[in-house]
Design a protein around this ligand. Structure first.
Ligand SMILES: [Zn+2]
Length: 201
């Protein structure tokens, strides 16, 4: 009797395990609540607006509802082999109430590089690239959650008046892309071209 119960229990555990692995990957659902001690809604709203002005490509804001929606793009987190020069597009919705900013990322998409491989010689037709697609694989979802958490931490440090963030970000002056390190930004700038010294005659 005891033995059959034990076996039944083991089957349940195995079933739950299989159920988990078969289930489709969860979509990107990065969400974070940033609480700023002693701050007012207006103060946080203004800081989120200033942060958006500094770091994203476009944003809209409405003080009455306390919502700031920022649209940004960030480098796919390194190291990676098969996602070099890919970027992640995101919509960051800030809902500010009292002394809290609830940050939720929506419409997170994976963008293929535009000019990747164009230098390769031979049979392949010109690579057009630049496709934007929903993030589906577990690996990409984990990478997106990771880098968006980093972005939210940067905003959090900013709202907390920290002079230097533990999660620094840089913005490309040409296209507004974000990068999490100088090395990543340097790699990105190669794609713009024209930043090397002028060719010698
Ligand atoms: Zn750029």
């Amino acid at each position: 009797m005891k033995r059959s119960v034990l076996i039944f229990g083991m089957l349940l555990v195995i079933g739950a395990f299989l159920g988990n692995t078969v289930r489709a990957a969860e979509p990107v659902l990065m969400k974070k609540v940033i609480e700023v001690p002693n701050a007012t809604k207006e103060k946080i709203f203004e800081k989120v607006r200033t942060w958006s002005e500094t770091y994203v490509q476009s944003y809209s804001s409405d003080l009455k509802s306390g919502v700031v929606v920022a649209n940004g793009e960030i480098s796919y987190p390194a190291p990676t082999i098969d996602r070099i020069q890919y970027t992640i597009l995101f919509k960051m919705k800030n809902t500010i109430q009292n002394n809290k900013d609830t940050v939720a990322f929506e419409d997170v998409m994976l963008k293929a590089p535009r000019s990747y491989l164009t230098e390769s010689v031979g049979a392949a037709p010109p690579f057009i690239g630049g496709e934007v697609a929903p993030i589906k694989s577990k690996k990409d979802i984990a990478a997106a959650n990771n880098v968006l958490n980093y972005v939210a931490n940067n905003l959090g440090d900013n709202l907390m008046n920290k002079s230097a963030s533990a999660c620094p970000i840089e913005k490309c002056r040409e296209c507004g892309l974000l990068a999490t390190s100088p090395a990543e930004m340097k790699e990105h700038m190669k794609g713009h071209g024209g930043h090397q010294s002028a060719p010698k005659e």
